[in-house]
Design a protein around this ligand. Structure first.
Ligand code: GCU
Length: 683
């Protein structure tokens, strides 16, 4: 599992012959670490697939048939279709690439061309991906570029190497040994990310410690940055609002105090002296007990802009998180946690400096198996937004349950916000289609030092899918699953078809056996593993699952219409209208927006109670189907990975039944209704 999707296994004989003729040598400018990384990856990949690495063709030597030519900006003389390549290059921007079979000096070559070093690396990976998937070299013609400039991973890694919400072992960053001992794993991490086009890495947890900005940790971060740099990955740090105060270097952390601003400016200068291409800061402020500018009567924009001004001279950015989650100001105040971020951030639209981006979770609660898209997408036309997905499965069964998140990411990216009363998907919002404010995308990493990086084989697919969608949010999650399966197991329909079938049903399965029909946040307190819909005694109302499902004798669901919290009004009018009426609310969001009687008639004619039970049952049946599918793969998958997945699926099966039984028993206790007879799974 260590090789991830970069396995480069030997090709079948016929494909080998075709590729051997198309990969006799590599002609690359040997002038920068990034180009050297591209050439090294080509060698590694081809050595694996062919059993023999191509030779390096020295500069100025004549190319021979089958040379792979890496060309940056200036094309080599004697290229057959130079004009067409130039046209393509003009459209792929600074990070894109062009790959095609052509002729140079009359002999057939593979051209990998780009306007920059990093484009050459991305193009090399893209070509290798096609080869791993069994595409004949003659059939590969690519011209591509990323849709978003900022494609980052957020590590919630603590400085003691524990990982918040991490299920794959300790942090890969060995803070104890850095900066002088460099684990080769950092390079493999960089390769894996570059193969997807991920170009940023926030090294530490959003619940940050002041120490991360001490000289010792800046040196450690710099050592990591040195490894990641050739792969086009910039390093960022999460910072704690009160850092200067805690380090006893200022008397306050008030963003409007000149001494505080001066401290941050000096700190930024210090960081950039060691990490000249440092990306910037990620900030969680005034949320879940973290300090922030509100502690001084200031707002999020005051705080973000102060930091942004410290970073601006160095071209750094601030990613300021919109995930705010605080108790209601008054104990009796009616509050809806889902409404907080919009309430605090919408009024600040247009008030942030140019190098501030507001980072918004995909949904308004917290990385649930299903949430409607966050209402802030489309609501802040004057602020660039960063999408925050969680790749680690905090609420979806950790690394035990097999859940392919490509489907979840796609659903959110394609959600139509109807901002400005026109079609406007979340992806378009990120790309700046509203008002030219181009944002980015962030994924909370599921990476740790476990041998297979992510704790389970199938969790590698979530890293992969996140990266591919970060590059191109319009990609199809099924196509991504096919790519991943082909590279991870074998590009053979007998393997890919059942693996993809499992993956594609897995997300709906987890929604069904955990929180169907728009239910949310019923997981066990703190750890968020396993069912606990009955919990009602925690200190804060919005920590308790009962706050979210509100089940009693009369019905179930959170009323977010005008009769309830009215959070629905945060969406664009067209969306708000649709979600305000249960009849026009998609069933998958029904109990997110409505509190309904148990005998409410569902579109399929059955009662809500009957449908709810059916969904739970269906989720369990789907896991059984996944298990059966996996069993058919035994002949095609190595024993080690086969057994590991089989054991995890068996555990998932037990726990899906646990979820169903616990939730149905609890809701039955609330509703007082008998179990519906002869329930069939919903169509
Ligand atoms: C969730 C998660 C926390 C995390 C927080 C955040 O609430 O459970 O561990 O710190 O999100 O995103 O900041």
């Amino acid at each position: 599992g260590y090789d991830l999707w970069l396995r480069y296994r030997a090709l079948p004989a016929a494909q080998k012959t075709a590729l051997a003729a198309a990969a006799t040598g590599i002609a690359a400018p040997d002038d920068t670490p990034t180009v050297r990384a591209a050439a090294a990856e080509l060698k590694r990949g081809l050595a694996g697939m062919l059993g023999r690495a191509p030779d390096a063709i020295p500069a100025n030597a004549k190319v021979r048939a089958g040379t792979i030519v890496l060309a940056r900006a200036t094309l080599p003389a004697g290229l057959a279709d130079a004009d067409a390549v130039r046209r393509d290059l003009a459209s792929v921007g600074s990070e894109g690439y062009v790959v095609r079979r052509t002729r140079q000096d009359g002999v057939p070559v593979t051209l990998i061309a780009a306007n920059s070093d990093i484009g050459l690396l991305y193009g090399s990976f893209a070509w290798l991906r096609q080869l791993q998937l069994g595409t004949a070299p003659d059939g590969i013609a690519l011209a591509d570029k990323p849709a978003l400039p900022l494609r980052v991973l957020n590590h919630w890694d603590n400085l003691d190497r524990t990982v918040e919400r991490g299920y794959a072992g300790e942090s890969i960053w060995n803070w104890w040994e850095l900066p002088n001992i460099i684990d080769p794993r950092y390079t493999d991490y960089a390769r894996a990310n570059a193969s997807l086009g991920i170009n940023g890495s926030v090294l530490n947890n959003v619940n940050a410690k002041a120490e991360v900005l001490s000289p010792a940790f800046i040196a450690k971060a710099a050592a990591i940055a040195n490894v990641l740099r050739p792969y086009g990955i910039r390093v960022y740090l999460s910072v704690r609002w009160s850092t200067p105060l805690e380090l006893k270097e200022t008397k306050t952390a008030d963003p409007l105090d000149p001494a505080v601003a001066a401290w941050w400016a000096r700190k930024a200068d210090e960081i950039y002296r060691t990490i000249p291409d440092f990306g910037g800061f990620l900030v969680k402020a005034n949320s879940e007990g973290q300090p922030g500018p509100q502690d001084y009567g200031r707002n999020h924009a005051d705080g973000a802009n102060m930091l942004a001004r410290a970073l601006a001279p160095h071209k750094g950015i601030v990613m300021w998180r919109a995930f705010v989650y605080s108790p209601p100001a008054h104990p009796n105040q009616v509050s809806d946690r889902a409404a907080q971020a919009y309430d605090q951030f919408k009024p600040l639209d247009g008030k942030f400096d140019k190098n501030v981006l507001v980072q918004v979770k995909n949904g308004a609660i917290d990385f649930q198996p299903r949430e409607p898209a966050h209402p802030l997408f489309g609501a802040m036309p004057d602020t660039p937004l960063v999408m925050e997905f969680q790749v680690t499965k905090e609420y979806l069964g950790f690394a035990t349950h097999l859940v392919y998140l490509g489907s979840l990411f796609q659903e959110t990216l394609r959600f139509d916000t109807r901002a400005g009363n026109q079609p406007m998907t979340v992806a378009r919002v990120l790309e700046g289609a509203q008002d030219g404010r181009v944002g980015g995308i962030a994924g909370v990493a599921n990476i740790g030092s476990s041998r297979n990086w992510t704790g389970s084989t199938f969790d590698q697919a979530n890293w992969y899918a996140y990266g591919r969608l970060a590059w191109n949010p319009d990609l199809d999650s099924r196509a991504i699953a096919r790519e991943w399966a082909g590279q991870t197991f074998a590009p053979d329909a007998r393997v890919v078809d059942p693996v993809v079938a499992m993956m594609m049903r897995s997300r709906e399965a987890v929604v069904d056996y955990m929180t169907p029909l728009g239910l949310h946040h019923m997981m066990g307190t703190g750890h968020h593993y396993g069912p606990a819909p009955w919990v009602d005694d925690l200190a804060r109302a919005d920590w308790n699952p009962v706050y979210y499902h509100r089940a009693d004798k009369n019905g179930i669901g959170f009323d977010r219409t005008a009769k309830g919290s009215n959070a629905v009004a945060q969406y664009a009018p067209e969306v708000a209208r649709r979600f305000a009426d249960p009849a026009t609310t998609p069933p998958e969001f029904l109990l997110w927006f409505h509190h309904l009687p148990w005998d409410y008639r569902m579109p399929d004619g059955r009662t809500l109670w009957t449908d709810l039970v059916a969904h739970y049952d269906h989720g369990v049946a789907e896991v059984a189907a996944m298990q059966a599918e996996w069993q058919r793969l035994r002949p095609f998958v190595d024993a080690r990975r086969f057994d590991d997945v089989a054991q995890r699926l068996a555990q998932q099966q037990r726990e899906a039944a646990w979820w169903r039984d616990a939730c149905i028993a609890y809701f039955q206790h609330q509703s007082g209704l008998p179990l519906p007879a002869g329930v069939r799974a919903p169509a």
